[in-house]
Design a protein around this ligand. Structure first.
Ligand code: ASP
Ligand code: MG
Length: 450
């Protein structure tokens, strides 16, 4: 394990010049930070996604003006910024050209090319800010090392290529003493076209680079000081968790806690690299360390909430005493690139929810008519929308006594549409009507955590 730390700053941490200066302070306070991964300035990716979906000329001009205003606010505070100004202006010109193309015909490849400009601009500005503080900062185009497949909008990185290319291109820069500033979220496929890793993918980039460079820690700086027992916007009494195990944190991220991109912990777990989550605005507040082993893991750790869940119920009498029915269903789902989240089965039906984790930049709905038609040829398909998934995360849940009574005893007033329990000792998942979701979270939090 090397001594380097990878620091990632999210959109709010590079939103404006104050935020960027705070983030620069965080970087400079730890000499072990040698690679910095940035998101786009807050709001910019959403605007770029809108442009990529095609806008009329007025709306287009307005959205580009909003992007320009966000980036110029930062640019205008930098001394001697003529060279970066030219580069940012060139990026804005690219954005204009690509948005015009998108208003004629959208495409996933075009979307990713357009959207990548957010991270390209934020990193250019941050390098300039660091240089104005006499730091030897070097801008690095992450697409040179982050090779991916060509599933635009939600590309998968090629870990081996990343590792050898990082050794070749990044390691020498780090050893020469430069502070490397690079983009999260973006990559490039075999033909050199830009790809993205899915919304919120910068965390994943940071962890992947941590793995490739064998870092001793990955720091994820955001606008909340760590991971909480549940979303503090729903439950103001939620408590910060100081230390949490990889599996528990992975379950939280997967089941909707917005704090980390769901794939982030995969590379961290592969190499056992601890991940720290803290607020770049309030470093003194501390944060959460996600690591391999924690002391006294509690039975109940946290509650995560994922909204907008779709439940598919598939009925077929052919399932009765039949073999291979589930295999057929799952191969259809796999062919449509759908990963299943929760599942329960009975003799003649299957109920399942679709995994929407780390949704793509194109925001395409998972439930296409092609998929429904294909499933309908095998069975009767029922679709229920607007459900919410509440996940209770913990340890040894499947082995402990009394979990059912403690959880369901307090949920008497609610309709629980589906329960998934027993496969993982780290979670118990409930599907409830979307309109009850917050109430269920509050009730469970009060009874299990307060
Ligand atoms: N800028 C991208 C997004 O908003 C990636 C990220 O922030 O991690 O989804
Ligand atoms: Mg983000």
């Amino acid at each position: 394990m090397s001594q380097i730390v990878i620091a990632k700053f999210g959109g709010t941490s590079v939103a404006n010049s104050d935020a960027m200066n705070n983030s620069a302070n965080v970087v400079l306070s730890n000499p072990d930070v040698r690679v910095v991964v940035l998101s786009a300035s807050a709001g910019v990716t959403n605007l770029l996604v809108d442009l990529a979906n095609g806008c009329n000329p007025d709306l287009r001009t307005d959205k580009i003006a909003q992007i320009r205003a966000i980036q110029y606010q930062i640019l205008d505070t930098l001394p001697g910024s003529d060279v970066v100004r030219e580069e940012i202006d060139r990026m804005l010109e690219n954005i204009t050209t690509l948005s015009e193309a998108a208003s004629l015909a959208t495409s996933e490849a075009l979307t990713d090319e357009l959207v990548s400009h957010g991270e390209l601009m934020s990193t250019l500005l941050f390098v300039e800010l660091l240089r104005s503080r006499s730091v030897n900062a070097e801008w690095f185009d992450v697409r040179r090392v982050m090779k991916t497949d060509d599933r635009f909008g939600k590309a998968e990185p090629e870990v081996e290529a990343l590792s050898s290319l990082s050794e070749q291109h990044l390691a020498p820069r780090i050893s020469s003493g430069a502070l490397v500033i690079t983009q999260g979220f973006i990559g490039s496929e075999g033909k050199g076209r830009t790809t993205t890793l899915g919304r919120g993918g910068s965390d994943y980039t940071a962890a992947l680079l941590g793995e490739a460079l064998n870092a001793k820690r990955v720091d994820i700086w955001t606008d909340v000081p760590g991971i909480y027992t549940t979303d503090p916007r729903i439950v103001p009494n939620a408590q910060r968790i100081d230390e949490i195990g990889f599996e528990e944190a992975a379950e939280m991220a997967t089941f909707g806690a917005k704090i980390l991109h769901p794939a982030t912990l995969i590379p961290a777990v592969r190499r056992g690299i601890p991940v720290f989550v803290g607020s770049s605005k309030d470093v003194a507040a501390g944060g959460t360390l996600v690591c391999d082993k924690t002391t006294n893991p509690p039975l109940f750790r946290a509650l995560a909430l994922r909204r907008k869940q779709t439940l598919l119920t598939l009925h077929s009498l052919n399932m009765l005493h039949a073999r291979g029915f589930l295999a057929k269903i799952f191969s259809i789902l796999a062919n449509h690139h759908i990963s299943v989240d929760l599942i329960t089965t009975s003799e003649v039906s299957i109920a399942l929810t679709l995994d929407t984790a780390g949704s793509s930049t194109c925001g395409a709905s998972l439930l296409t008519s092609a998929l429904l038609t294909e499933l309908s040829s095998l069975c009767r398909v029922e679709v229920e929308e607007d459900l919410a998934l509440v996940a209770l995360i913990g340890n040894q849940l499947a082995q402990a006594r009394g979990v059912g009574k403690e959880v369901f005893g307090v949920l008497e007033p609610f309709n629980i549409r589906m329960i998934s329990y027993g496969a993982s000792s780290h979670n118990l998942c409930l599907l409830v009507p979307g309109s009850d979701a917050e109430h269920v979270v509050k009730t469970l939090h009060r009874n299990l955590f307060e």
